[in-house]
Design a protein around this ligand. Sequence first.
Ligand SMILES: [Zn+2]
Length: 138
Amino acid sequence: MMNGNSVGGEVVSWCTKCKLELGHTIIAIVDNKPKKVKCNTCNGQHNYRSAPAGPGKTTAKRAGRKRKTPEEIYNEHITRLSKGDIPVTRKYRIDEKFTVDDLVDHPKFGVGVVMAIVKTNKIETLFKDGPRLLIQNQ
Ligand SMILES: [Zn+2]
């Protein structure tokens, strides 16, 4: 048999445990194709899979768990606070005092949303590229 597939031979298969394409040893063959394989890495036995399972439960679940980017979170806050209008912003100054949900116009970082008062003189402000600590109330 010259087609390469034989019991005890090596084949690259998707490992359901390692979640990787890895070298496997063929345990059973049906219609000249590997049917059952054993992972050379974890020794797990499973049906031969040429590639990861297509769009299905696992993929959908994984996509749903995808974390939002700072920009997406930022945009949600801006939309929520401005309600479709042009957001009312206050110029950032270290001697100003801001509260949660204030929109701060920073000369360098742009418009940010105050997320939390960390200390009386420090505010966590979310900008388009992520959160930053700003000094206030000085
Ligand atoms: Zn494995």
